[in-house]
Design a protein around this ligand. Structure first.
Ligand SMILES: [Zn+2]
Length: 186
């Protein structure tokens, strides 16, 4: 099994021209049912609101591989974000609260790239108390096996959960053994 050093694949994020503005006062960081800490809306947040910039040290793919080797990790846990084919942002160095925003297969926000900077924006109205989530879209590789997909297992709890954070084709759903059992009609 060979894992690739995974970075959040955002190279397809829309590039927009509006001026950067941050709204970190609209959410708080606290414990999440999805994983560890998460970001939760403090008030109702309108659709299209720019929440926070995804900051961190800009590094090369090679440097990313040097820093993080998924093969030696028992659990995937990095704060990498693919900015372009050559540049990765490492939120573990100089990052902010944006690193706590969890992944979901049924997100209410998305990442957008504006002149070389990454922003997290809402894609629909987010109600007060709701967890802010976006799709990390980890890159899919031809040589990935079920073990690889489950290494990046998703526990977002959404009905639309594809089972993995890897951006697999729409019809492909990764199911852990227990969840694969047939449902009985009661
Ligand atoms: Zn999911």
């Amino acid at each position: 099994m060979k894992h690739h050093a995974q970075a959040r694949h955002a190279t397809t994020a829309p590039v927009v021209k509006s001026s950067p503005r941050t709204n970190e006062h609209l959410f708080e960081i606290r414990g999440s049912d999805i994983q560890g800490k998460g970001a939760f809306a403090l008030v109702d947040i309108p659709k299209g609101t720019r929440l926070i910039e995804y900051t961190g040290e800009k590094i090369s793919n090679a440097e990313s591989d040097r820093r993080y080797d998924d093969d030696t990790m028992t659990r995937h846990h990095t704060f990498l974000f693919t900015l372009s084919s050559r540049t990765i942002v490492d939120g573990a160095v100089g990052g902010n609260d944006s690193i706590y925003i969890n992944h979901s297969c049924e997100p209410n926000s998305e990442s957008v790239i504006v002149r070389g900077r990454i922003w997290i924006e809402t894609t629909r109205k987010v109600k007060a108390g709701e967890e802010i989530v976006y799709d990390y879209q980890y890159e899919d590789y031809d040589d990935y096996t079920m073990t690889d997909y489950l290494f990046y297992a998703c526990r977002c709890g959404s009905r639309k959960c594809r089972g993995t954070i890897v951006k697999v084709p729409p019809r492909k759903r990764i199911k852990p053994k227990r969840a694969a059992a047939k449902k009985k009609k009661s």
